[in-house]
Design a protein around this ligand. Structure first.
Ligand SMILES: NC(=O)c1ccc[n+]([C@@H]2O[C@H](COP(=O)([O-])OP(=O)(O)OC[C@H]3O[C@@H](n4cnc5c(N)ncnc54)[C@H](OP(=O)(O)O)[C@@H]3O)[C@@H](O)[C@H]2O)c1
Length: 353
């Protein structure tokens, strides 16, 4: 199918929205129709994203009324939401309601946390505010694309960046019954993981040449990761997660450790991972430890593993803004729209950034 589908991006001047614009520019079957900005509708997109100036010389940010009109008038649309959690659900609800009234077809992938839970109470317990569109929750499923072949719902919730790296490493262990269900996870994220607005923990002098943990054993994304692991494997793991802020802008490195049920050597563990992901074009399993720079800015994920008799450690690297957000969302959208899963997503990492 060579028809181009209009893509609408929510999330304005944010990092993930910018990454969506960058990736959609290289997609053969999607074309950016509009991008919503709450703070600067009418302003040139290149003002917020100078690196996209030559790609979008004339594109301006839109307001929500203009986006709603576009949704009403486009027979088919790809809606990507990179708005903040707590905001995304109500906007998406308004746009899907407009689409239904106008009998147009919209598929949405939400990159925020708003549709990652299967009920509003679970969301509200973690995020401490009412869900913005509880009646829509059943229209979304939350999964890493590698772990759910076909979405049973018209829309998808992206599980997030730490979740993607953690689940890619953990799900094969649980699905293949290699380990017990107690997982010990250490994750290190680049500073773009915290979004565009500077705060103390992401300020360059604070973060440069340093490494520190935050939210140890209490990170709010843990219940989301557990739910995705259960959906993928039928097993509910215990997840002991210690995230860290790393001194780099892009990428995530996660190490998952667990006790093996039966002793296996490193070659067997690697074979098991390779076999599990053999049909997944974006996941590579290698014998050597993966590096963040091997995947940074790409939609690829690299994994490796070692065992020592009783324990296994699986290392996993992804780019937080691409595979962990915009790229993973496009991968899902490709499936929802019947495109090749890899469309627009195969550019490799530069290797040295
Ligand atoms: N950064 C990552 O690595 C990452 C990875 C996975 C998932 N996510 C999720 O993706 C979403 C975006 O993350 P981000 O890092 O791009 O955040 P960000 O850089 O802070 O950008 C969020 C953008 O949302 C827009 N916004 C703020 N309030 C709004 C409102 N009331 N209505 C509509 N838009 C509003 C703002 O742009 P305007 O002022 O122009 O509207 C803001 O720049 C978040 O939900 C985040 O949790 C991020």
């Amino acid at each position: 199918m060579n028809e181009v589908t209009p893509a609408i991006v929510l999330g304005g001047t944010g990092y993930v929205a910018g990454e969506l614009l960058r990736l959609i520019a290289g997609h053969p079957q999607l074309e950016v129709a509009a991008i919503l900005s709450d703070s600067q509708p009418g302003a040139p997109v290149a003002g917020a994203f100078a690196h996209l100036r030559s790609t979008y010389p004339d594109l301006k940010f839109s307001d929500l009324d203009a986006i709603e009109a576009l949704i009403r008038n486009s027979p088919r649309c790809a809606l990507f939401s990179a708005a903040p959690h707590g905001v995304a659900a109500a906007i998406i609800d308004r746009l899907l309601t407009a689409s239904a009234a106008a009998r147009t077809r919209v598929h949405c992938v939400d990159i925020s946390a708003d549709f990652r839970y299967s009920n509003a109470a679970a969301y509200e317990a973690v995020y401490k505010h009412p869900h913005g569109a509880p009646a829509r929750i059943h229209e979304f499923i939350c999964a890493v694309p590698e772990h759910l072949q076909k979405s049973p719902t018209p829309h998808v919730a992206h599980p997030g960046c730490f979740a993607t790296a953690t689940l890619l490493a953990s799900v094969p262990l649980l699905a293949l019954g290699l380990t017990d269900t107690r997982l010990f996870v250490t994750g290190i994220t680049g500073s773009t993981g915290s979004g565009r607005k500077p705060v103390e923990g992401t300020h360059h002098p604070h973060r440069h040449s340093d490494l520190y943990s935050y939210g140890a054993l209490s990170h709010r994304h843990v219940p989301e990761i557990i739910a995705c692991a259960k959906l993928a494997t039928g097993v509910e793991p215990e997840l002991n997660f210690v995230p860290h802020s790393g001194p780099f802008a892009r990428g995530i490195h996660v190490t998952v450790q667990a006790s093996l049920k039966k002793s296996i050597g490193t070659p067997q563990a690697l074979d098991a991972l390779k076999s599990y992901y053999k049909d997944c074009p974006f996941v590579h399993v290698s014998d050597t430890a993966p590096r963040v720079k091997d995947v940074a800015t790409s939609n690829y994920a690299n994994l490796s593993a070692v065992t020592n008799g009783n324990s296994i450690a699986v290392m996993s690297v992804v780019d937080n803004l691409n595979k962990g957000a915009a790229g993973g969302a496009i991968q899902w959208m490709n499936r929802l729209l019947g495109f090749a899963e890899t469309a627009g997503l195969t550019a490799p990492a530069p290797g040295w950034t």
